[in-house]
Design a protein around this ligand. Structure first.
Ligand code: SF4
Ligand code: SF4
Ligand code: SF4
Length: 277
């Protein structure tokens, strides 16, 4: 985080920033050569009918860039899939289930189509879209504002380009929450441990004052397994995971064969989650 951004955050206060749309606003208010400032200029170009330049993916040390395709039609066809993917993630990652909504910790959840795709026109929307619930999770952005906002490097990109967290380094400042334009991070206002139904001893639990989010199942990918939510979809192919940098991967094949959209593409975060709608 550069000095201008730090000074601005101090003056404005984190809660004000969250209300204004987080550091996306900061990046527009402080001039400079940050990637987000460049993206803001890309959005301006778009507004004037000029196509922003194509994004060259950042190169991770392993040369990989993992991504996911969510086929929303499959979730519409089988509404039980939503519950299955949520539960799979909760069980795998010791996600606490607090009784009160204000304390909610969420890694993946179903939401209305219009909450998910806020940049899509919903004027005269069709019936399917009206009732549509789609899963949302961290987009593992290729240009992640949460990583830039984190002062302790508790949030970082790993060797495969996944945006993950070291919970021990998290000081609970919540800058990353203000910076994420998708609201994909949760804060533990209370001690989560008593609210974990069945503890998975192979994954760490968290403590009060720590942020958490979907980690693209980094711990499973590392041992050659698929993410828990993908596995929970069985053979439906409602969620497909793979290396976006591998031209022969299934995910690249699906991207070639289907029209897909990303969430808030104009922000220049370059999400790694694509939706077939
Ligand atoms: S979706 Fe939010 S939390 Fe996830 S990488 Fe992007 S900015 Fe960070
Ligand atoms: S809350 Fe934790 S992860 Fe988020 S910015 Fe602060 S230290 Fe980093
Ligand atoms: S990829 Fe893993 S961590 Fe992310 S939502 Fe799916 S199960 Fe949860």
């Amino acid at each position: 985080m550069d000095k201008k951004r730090r000074d601005f955050l101090k003056v404005a206060g984190i809660s004000t920033l969250a209300g204004l749309g987080g550091t996306a606003v900061v990046d527009r208010l402080v001039s400079g050569s940050s990637p987000a400032a460049a993206n803001a200029s890309g959005a301006a170009q778009e507004a004037h009918g000029v196509e922003p330049k194509a994004h060259a993916p950042a190169t991770a040390p392993t040369g990989k860039r993992y991504g996911m395709i969510v086929d929303t039609r499959k979730f519409q066809h089988d509404p039980s899939l939503g519950e299955k993917v949520e539960q799979a993630c909760i069980t795998a990652h010791n996600v606490p289930q607090f009784p009160e909504k204000k304390d909610d910790i969420k890694w993946i959840w179903m939401t209305d189509y219009e909450n998910c795709f806020t940049e899509k026109s919903l004027l005269y929307k069709d019936e399917a879209t009206e009732d549509h619930q789609v899963p949302v999770l961290c987009n593992h952005c290729d240009n992640p504002p949460c990583v830039r906002a984190c002062p302790t490097k508790a949030t970082f990109k790993n060797k495969d380009g996944l945006v993950i967290m070291d919970f021990h380094r998290c000081i609970g400042c919540r800058f990353c929450m203000a910076a994420c334009p998708y609201g994909m991070r949760s804060f533990n206002w209370r001690n989560p441990r008593p609210f974990i139904k069945e503890i998975n001893k192979h994954f760490p639990t968290r403590m009060r004052g720590v942020v958490e989010k979907c980690n693209f199942c980094a711990e499973r990918i590392g041992v050659g397994e698929m993410p828990a939510c993908v596995e929970a979809c069985g053979n439906t192919k409602a969620m497909v995971f793979g290396d976006l940098n591998d031209p022969h991967s299934e995910i690249r094949k699906l991207l070639k064969e289907n029209y897909t959209i990303q969430r808030k593409p104009s922000l220049g975060t370059h999400p790694s989650v694509f939706y077939i709608v």
